[in-house]
Design a protein around this ligand. Sequence first.
Ligand code: GTP
Length: 596
Amino acid sequence: TPATQIRNFCIIAHIDHGKSTLADRMLQVTGSVADRDMRAQYLDRMDIERERGITIKSQAVRMPWSADGETFALNMIDTPGHVDFTYEVSRSLAACEGAILLVDAAQGIEAQTLANLYLALENDLHIIPVLNKIDLPAADPEKFAKELADLIGGSPDDVLRVSGKTGVGVEELLDRIVQDIPAPVGDPDAPARAMIFDSVYDSYRGVVTYVRMVDGKLNPRERIQMMSTRAMHDLLEIGVSSPEPIPSNGLGVGEVGYLITGVKDVRQSKVGDTVTTARGAATEALAGYTDPKPMVFSGIYPIDGSDYADLREALDKLKLSDASLQYEPETSVALGFGFRCGFLGLLHLEIITERLSREFGLDLITTAPSVIYEVLTDTGETVIVTNPSEYPDGRVASVSEPMVKTAILLPKDYVGTVMELCQSRRGALLGMEYFSEERVELRYRMPLGEIVFDFFDQLKSKTQGYASLDYEPDGQQEGDLVKVDVLLQGDKVDAFSAIVHREKAYAYGTMMAERLRKLIPRQNFEVPIQAAIGARIIARETIRALRKDVLAKCYGGDISRKRKLLEKQKEGKKRMKMVGRVEVPQEAFIAALSGD
Ligand code: GTP
């Protein structure tokens, strides 16, 4: 297809504003998917995505659309909507010339609408404002058309009104895409350059790489090169998704399609990288490549120690499809052998642990999420701490922690409550803005460590679900932070060490000591539980000694009952962990960690 007849666009929206439903309807209206093959959320392939109703991996699809007697190729690039995946969103946007800004006509603008809109504007995309779900009785298109027009400029009359559910307005939207979004421009005679905006592992075909051609052409069977690593691969297949994969005789300027080279690991085909040809290679990569960096760390342990090898295998498999997942082996006194894993954010962590248990049948325990602390020691050395048990005790000169800029959108009635919440999480107010009479944007700078600790749940419950949150990294900052240890009879229980703000150390210490006192059974001797900062004890609880012998209950005679009791004890012992002389059932650790 000549570039003049191509339109590349994406849909940006807040979660649940109906992006996938609208995409489905477009596939149907353009005849890309026959009615009888249609199923809800056609483009969301992963089960988890469908169940949670979120899009994790972006996808591209090519749809034919006729306007003014000409046939155009519309390439729709799906983008993930969640904050954890901002990097993937920004690459998908860079592959487009235009964006549909989709807003629920009963909800209005939300935090991710804004975050994604700003990303789209940074990428110079033409924006088409669209209100969705106009079939809903609660829809108020007049009000929200004005809100949208105020936000991006222009008149409320330019805001399209559609329903992804009924299909109303979808044809008009397709016409607008052809009319308003600029055709791609590039140099067909220059060396080939294609930007990778997604890379998906497929167990049958290996890695499928989605690209947007910028200059030149890629041909079938050509030898290609990844510009960040100079690695060479042979093209086994090149084609377009419409939406099923169809091999083509090459991709030219402005086209969007997929490449298959037989590589088995998405790290060999990285989002943001530039693909060129081995012969006549381009000299300059396209702008924008960065390695996604994990922000949140957590230890993942099998509940049954014999599952360790299976856990390793499962992580190796997930890594094939998720370049941002990081892990390395670690051991814990309390939990045994496991892995320290790095994630882009909390949702990413949740998705991975859910996939591990669902797709691989593993029973797992995860430690409290931690962020990256930079500890400067008294000898001037910097230690990067992603696991509190690696904290250089006694040698700490200062500690800095990662900060984020957050934007919270909420109805004005909740402003007071949310400000209190943010302040209790050490937030510094950056600004407050009214979007309409009742909706307000609050901007705070906050430590990321405060957000990973159930901030989002608190925000939702304090606003009855009406607030939305977005955040972006904003450097490191020194903080008054300390490490709190939890000790059983003087021995540290590594899985419970935490780095917290000094003012919260006491609360954390007493909470953990109390939980453990309730969870750990009595022993033959008294067991003190302590929380400490270095050598200083900040909280203490005691488990009193057990007096009676277990067997004392069985009055001599009943041998079989005695034996049963001993067997039972033996079984229980298997899952006991020793902390110094203290026997602790693993369930107690698990319960203490999960706060049950
Ligand atoms: P993410 O992929 O997670 O960003 O969500 P999404 O924006 O794709 O939302 P999705 O298409 O899954 O729709 C969210 C919910 O809104 C679903 O329950 C849909 O059935 C419903 N919905 C979507 N479009 C419409 C619409 O036009 N009218 C009505 N009444 N409901 C809609």
